[in-house]
Design a binder for this molecule. Sequence first.
Ligand code: NAP
Length: 282
Amino acid sequence: MAVWIDGKALAAGIKAQVREEAAALPLRPVLAVVLVGEDPASQIYVRGKERDCAECGIRSLAHRLPADTRQEDLMALIQALNNDPAADGILVQLPLPRGLDQRPVLEAIRPDKDVDCFHPLNVGKMTLGREGFRPCTPAGVMEMLKAYDIPVQGKRCVVIGRSSLVGQPLASLLTQADGTVTLCHSRTENLAEHTRQADILVSAVGRPGLVTGDMVKEGAAVIDVAINRGEDGKLRGDVDFEAVEKKASFITPVPGGVGPMTRAMLMRSVLYAARLHQGQAV
Ligand code: NAP
């Protein structure tokens, strides 16, 4: 039976540490959160981030804009936040409503305030293994592996899903940690042949039941990034949890796995930005 990786407990520890370090800074870190429109899921996520900030002693400044906001007005807000010395981090809640072009908005965020690590400069630095921001979900996965002493070096790591948000950066981070990485996606032939080789298997697709028991090697560590809401309203990942937990050595539950870690890593990124802006060692 697999050990459950307790993302909630790990995240609580990281947030407590952020709180302590934030309190030691001359100025309180500030996160500007931009929410456009009324999407209920986005509103829940933003409230969650505001709660995390409060827990960590970070000030959150919410900018809630109507769904019919024009591109140029959103760009103007980003410029204003870029120029506002009080804002350490800028987070634009995604997805943006239809009609707004996400890419120019994310690329307009000043790289030293880009706590989600979406700006091409930060993505490049991350890919090169340079000091800088790390994308929150992949960083959270790496932190989980470290916390549970799951070795990556020399191990076969299979990541399913190649989005620029999760799969691709995670493949980069695992490679930098000396894993032997295979990145799978919707065009991958014989997915199960790849996944059965994995010592570490990460699924980041968004299809409940995609990873079945027979796709997992005995003793593998299985990390389920996905969040799927079923018709019953319950959250599930991609992994057939009951079957896979019998074979795996470690497994992340959904909810309570990668989700809380993503949020905790965001808080760490805001702390990092505040340190940069206050001339402190990072
Ligand atoms: P995404 O942009 O939709 O990417 C999904 C990826 O899965 C794509 O690369 C796609 O391949 C691949 N894929 C689709 N069907 C597949 C199949 N049958 N077999 C293999 N690969 C397949 O999604 P995302 O933003 O990366 O998010 C993935 C999941 O993680 C979602 O459930 C999302 O809600 C969740 N998520 C969770 C957190 C968290 O904090 N826990 C954070 C972010 C995202 P192609 O590239 O070929 O289309």
